[in-house]
Design a protein around this ligand. Structure first.
Ligand code: SP5
Ligand code: ZN
Length: 357
């Protein structure tokens, strides 16, 4: 141990068991960047920085069922076993669950969404892309990541600490109430926000600084006034995932009108422009007077990251950590970040800034 970073790091060993085995992108299976080594690199860097580690405690499904369709939970828990029993890995060399038919609005044209009995048909029922593969250890890791988020929320809501970090893998902010995608399976940040509310917070702000728009978190809280969602991300209209959501005119609905704010940025944006947007997001969030904050901490906006064209430095992430954690007691939840050599320093920088707040 060389540092003195006083932020508890909540961690579940289960998170290593998810090996998506790549991603099918534009019809070709690529190696993929959401790999188990991400968690090992983060864990080692945070330990070297002196951060104390806290094991994730097993939690029940109550909070998960408040933000997700129970049918999504059941599907994820069972789909690998059914895929295997149907013979796809052993008999056909299909070693991961990859959907091939998606029940889009255009396909159904108002007919009810059925749940097909055949697993290969049902694979697209709760998933919206081909990049988010499921394998034998996936569910254990998905559930371990949610437990890490819940444990970090417990540490903060109990007053044990004003700041806690959940080392979640796989990440979560692309998952809506009933559909997964974007290398995410359950929405760990939404789970943390809901847990904070269940523990007594009246209003929560979710601040998302991952390079990509957190379409899942936005969707889950879109019509709610008790959870503000703000996101700074690369403009989906400039050709970046999630393409269909994350535009500035998405402001919330009904009781949530005005409690959703997107700040899309052009590819190539550096610290100055990004931090100006982070400051704007924090000012808007502060106006909602949150009792607690959840930060969706993706470090894939870094200049070194292969998955986004934003060009943020470690110093930028440190400042963003300071700004986002200054509003209220804060739970940091790991989202993306894929450049293994710089993933550790970037995350340590963000946590260092948050601890300074
Ligand atoms: C949590 C998170 O950051 N999810 C991001 C999902 C976006 N993945 C898009 C992958 C597109 C294909 N990647 C090719 C990279 C080549 N440099
Ligand atoms: Zn991302």
């Amino acid at each position: 141990m060389t540092g003195n970073l006083q932020v508890p790091v909540v961690w579940s060993e289960e998170c290593l068991r998810h090996d998506p085995g790549g991603e099918v992108w534009l019809g070709v299976r690529d190696a993929g960047t959401e790999v188990p080594d991400r968690a090992l690199v983060l864990r080692a860097a945070l330990a070297a920085a002196g951060a104390p580690e806290v094991p994730a405690a097993a939690h029940g499904d109550e909070v998960l069922r408040a933000v997700h369709d129970p049918a999504l939970l059941e599907h994820l828990a069972k789909v690998w076993t059914e895929w295997e029993q149907a013979g796809f890995p052993a008999e056909y060399g299909r070693d991961r669950v990859v959907p091939y038919v998606f029940p889009t609005e255009g396909m159904l044209d108002g007919l009810p969404v059925r749940t097909p009995p055949a697993v290969h048909g049902r694979a697209g029922r709760f998933c919206y892309d081909t990049m988010t593969l499921v394998g034998p250890g996936s569910w254990a890791a998905i559930r371990g990541a949610a437990d890490a988020a819940l444990t970090a929320a417990d540490l903060v809501s109990s007053g044990h600490t004003g700041l806690a970090y959940a080392l979640c893998r796989p990440p979560g902010h692309h998952v809506t109430r009933s559909a997964y995608g974007g290398s995410c399976y359950l929405n760990n940040a939404a789970v943390a926000a809901q847990a904070l509310i269940a523990a007594g917070a009246g209003r929560v702000a979710v601040l998302d600084i991952d390079a990509h728009h957190g379409n899942g978190t936005q969707s889950i809280f879109y019509a709610r006034g008790d959870v503000y969602y703000g996101s700074v991300h690369v403009d989906p209209g400039a050709g970046w995932f999630p393409h269909y959501v994350g535009y500035a005119d998405e402001r919330g609905a009904g009781p949530g009108e005005g409690a959703n704010q997107n700040l899309p940025l052009p590819p190539g944006t550096r610290d100055e422009g990004w931090l100006a947007a982070v400051r704007d997001m924090c000012a808007a969030a502060a106006a909602h007077r949150p009792d607690a904050v959840v930060v969706s901490l993706g470090v894939d906006a870094a200049e070194t990251d292969p998955e986004s064209p934003l060009r943020i430095s470690p110093a930028g992430y440190r400042e963003a950590g300071r700004l986002t954690a200054a509003l209220a007691p804060t739970v940091l939840v790991q989202e993306g970040g894929y450049d293994l050599p710089t993933l550790g320093p970037l995350t340590v920088a963000a946590l260092t800034g948050a601890a300074e707040a």
